[in-house]
Design a protein around this ligand. Sequence first.
Ligand SMILES: Cc1ncc(COP(=O)(O)O)c(C=O)c1O
Length: 227
Amino acid sequence: MIEDIEIINSFEQRISEYAGSKYGISVDSGTNAFFLSLLYLKKQKILKDGDTLTIPSRTYLSIPMTIKNLGLNIKFEDMKWNGCYKIEPTNIYDSAVRFTKDMYIKDSIFILSFQYRKHLSIGRGGMVLTDDKNMAKWLEMARFNGKHKNINRWIDKFEILGYDMYMTPEQASRGLILLNNMKRKYKIIKKVRKSGTSLAVNIPQEIAEVMKIKEGELIELELRKIR
Ligand SMILES: Cc1ncc(COP(=O)(O)O)c(C=O)c1O
């Protein structure tokens, strides 16, 4: 029998391997991945009440709201960003709309979203990628009502007050399936790129549809030729 925690562990491991981070801690949304990351920085006294964080004027509304909810201030900047942006002066990156291999930036805190309109569209869910073992351990407890990851709740000795922000095994298993499909998709894209432009005229419709996902300029160019 597969235990719930094994599915969660497996999903976290696969995503962190794909992204290039040491740890991946799943949660119930990208917003809450951001919330818990900010909270951790406050607990570490890296941030304090009233500090100002700079974010793009155009981003998802939960980002400024989460900052305010945690007693921090916002400076909006009219910046252009593509897929991922850094939240100064922290080392947090909001990568809710970027999901590519090796996307993780060393020693950063990387926020992912698996909301239904994102690349890995589980429906709802998020993850924090980090290289920091202490942060990973804190997040594992914080997202699951203070529970330690591999200890039965009846004998667990709680260290912190946690939050109810965990990912369910059902969501994690859907994530594993989607990740597999995504890998297959990228294999096709890679093959097409390798074969050069002349291949485009023979691309079957199904593959063309797969490639419609904005993966890169070359693929876009190929697609334009066959539309
Ligand atoms: C740029 C950006 N950041 C953060 C989020 C929040 O992610 P979630 O919807 O998983 O809470 C979103 C999602 O919609 C987003 O587009």
